[in-house]
Design a protein around this ligand. Structure first.
Ligand code: SF4
Length: 311
């Protein structure tokens, strides 16, 4: 399914997700902390995925199934991979605008050297760009980019985009213990964030099951220090540490709701139970989805999450 949710978002309120990647995960990165697993299909060139009208029709239909109280605050491109790999992203955003709901895109920013990508993102009301480091070696370690990508080109293009974008620009920096959470590394990252001048610089940590099980959350001290370093640069900085809440929207089709949400957004146990309750479904449905290998249960930080199985 193309759209899912709405899911509660820490930054966007109620966010109706749009997954514009029709297959399994496709990305230009394979971040160590990725919540949708390792990248098997690396890509850096935009290709035709869905036609803009297919996405428009799917989103319009999804909205028509929601109750008034579940209407989303944003339509958010948050894909099973990197949304800017979609050649028609700009056309799709233009088409969706008639629905009168602000449009957000969460991107890893690695393709901003492509003017078609920049033009598409300029049409969105809210854009979040990934900035995990300001050092080529650490970028390689944490984001594990496609071999054709170049750190300096990424750095320059994200600064270039930030200068021309007129919507709400956010950055997101994922702190991972032992990789990019030391004082020196965060100071370097802060230099790049300063040049970007985001409305808000978000600091997050891997609160959902990561692609590599060896990944660790930074210590509280490292997190507080990182917050301080960014604040000293006069950046508006916020942690993205809180749980989003369990108020997930539903369409009345519990199977579609669970599978579509789990494809890009691991569902914590309590959120899943809430969703089942809203759709008058029983926990047996979970057992059935797990047995059929649509989803799997993963333990992480004393919680159980449900995520989509792809392989
Ligand atoms: S976290 Fe985002 S950018 Fe990184 S591999 Fe996953 S989908 Fe790609």
């Amino acid at each position: 399914m193309i759209s899912f949710g709405p899911v509660p978002s820490r930054r966007l309120g109620k966010s109706l997700g749009i997954n514009n990647i029709p297959s399994g995960k496709v990305c230009s990165y394979s971040c160590v902390y990725c919540q949708v697993g390792l990248t098997k299909d690396y890509r850096t060139k935009q290709t035709e995925l869905y036609k803009p009208n297919e996405i428009f029709v799917a989103v319009k239909k999804h909205l028509s199934l929601l109750k008034e109280k579940d209407m989303p605050d944003y339509l958010t491109f948050v894909s099973n991979g990197e949304p800017t790999l979609d050649l028609y992203l700009g056309d799709t955003i233009e088409k969706l605008k008639v629905l009168g709901i602000p449009i957000a895109v969460i991107t890893n920013a690695s393709l901003l050297f492509n003017s078609n990508v920049q033009d598409a993102l300029c049409l969105a009301d809210w854009v979040s760009v990934k900035v995990d480091s300001n050092d080529a070696t650490i970028w390689e370690l944490i984001n594990r980019p496609d071999k054709s990508l170049d750190f300096e080109r990424y750095r320059e293009s994200v600064i270039d985009f930030s200068a021309k974008y007129t919507g709400k620009l956010m950055t997101e920096t994922m702190l991972v213990s032992g990789i990019n959470d030391s004082r020196n590394v965060v100071q370097q990252t802060a230099e790049l964030l300063y040049q970007i001048q985001p409305d808000t610089a978000y600091l997050s940590i891997p609160i959902r099951p990561p692609a590599l099980s060896t990944i660790k959350i930074p210590s509280e001290t490292a997190m507080i220090e990182a917050h301080q370093i960014l604040s000293e640069k006069n950046l508006q900085v916020e942690f993205l540490l809180g749980f989003e809440g369990t108020n997930t929207g539903y369409t009345g089709s519990i199977l579609d709701d669970i599978v579509d949400i789990c494809t890009v957004h691991p569902l914590r146990e309590d959120t899943m139970m809430e969703l089942l309750k809203k759709d008058n479904a029983t926990p047996e449905i979970l057992t059935s989805l797990i047995e059929q290998k649509y989803i799997k249960a993963v333990s992480y930080n004393s919680n159980t999450y449900y995520i989509r199985c792809f392989f």
